[in-house]
Design a protein around this ligand. Structure first.
Ligand SMILES: CC(C)(COP(=O)(O)OP(=O)(O)OC[C@H]1O[C@@H](n2cnc3c(N)ncnc32)[C@H](O)[C@@H]1OP(=O)(O)O)[C@@H](O)C(=O)NCCC(=O)NCCS
Length: 168
């Protein structure tokens, strides 16, 4: 059975697996990539992340997917749809984390746009959000480039988070 969930012009988004540990550690061990997260992650936390993702696939038909170069299969990052609590309500969020060596090529934007289309067309969502640290400009720019607008600022994860959203 194919693990591929989505394809775009340059990218393949496929389901995460336990053997993605090394790929994920490339992002999670990088202090610069994890600047807006509480800390870098070790193998134990990365394994928990994989388990959380696999549970999302089971429970909600969503989750973060592994993004690869469509031609070469090279690991680029992760992007997908995850459930998040926003002021007591469950919302579906597009999340994106890419490895630093490929930043600035438009990959996050391309992957997030495909996830947005998947969310509205396949999952029949009526609203999708992105939760960005207010100082994480690359992240807020991706949200804006995929047609989201800043809705409000909330207090979550111990800090101010900008809620970007798009509805149909
Ligand atoms: C946020 C993050 C995912 C952005 O990834 P990225 O792949 O560099 O994003 P993009 O390439 O789509 O956009 C970045 C730049 O590429 C440029 N770009 C180049 N080619 C492009 C193309 N074909 N299409 C769109 N943008 C393109 C954009 O103009 C943009 O530049 P700008 O921000 O100066 O306007 C990345 O910085 C990251 O992984 N950060 C660490 C994890 C993180 O903080 N995630 C967000 C949590 S909410």
């Amino acid at each position: 059975m194919s693990n591929t969930v989505l394809t775009t012009k340059r990218l393949t988004l496929r389901k995460m697996r336990h053997d993605d540990m090394k790929n994920l550690m490339e992002i999670f061990s990088d202090r610069e990539a994890m600047r807006y997260y509480p800390s870098t992650k070790g193998e134990k936390e990365t394994n928990d992340w994989i388990e959380w993702t696999l549970a999302n696939y089971e429970n909600d038909r969503v989750g973060l997917w592994i993004v690869e170069d469509k031609k070469t299969g090279e690991f680029l990052g992760q992007c997908g749809i995850v459930p998040q609590e926003v002021e007591g309500r469950s919302e579906m969020e597009i999340g994106y984390l890419f490895t630093r060596r490929v930043w600035g090529n438009g990959y996050a934007t391309e992957a997030a746009l495909a996830c947005k289309k998947f969310g509205f067309d396949q999952l029949k969502l009526t609203k999708i959000v992105s939760l960005c640290d207010i100082y994480n400009t690359p992240s807020t720019k991706v949200a804006e480039r995929i047609g989201m607008r800043r809705e409000k600022i909330i207090y979550k994860w111990g800090k101010e988070i900008a809620v970007y959203s798009v509805s149909i």
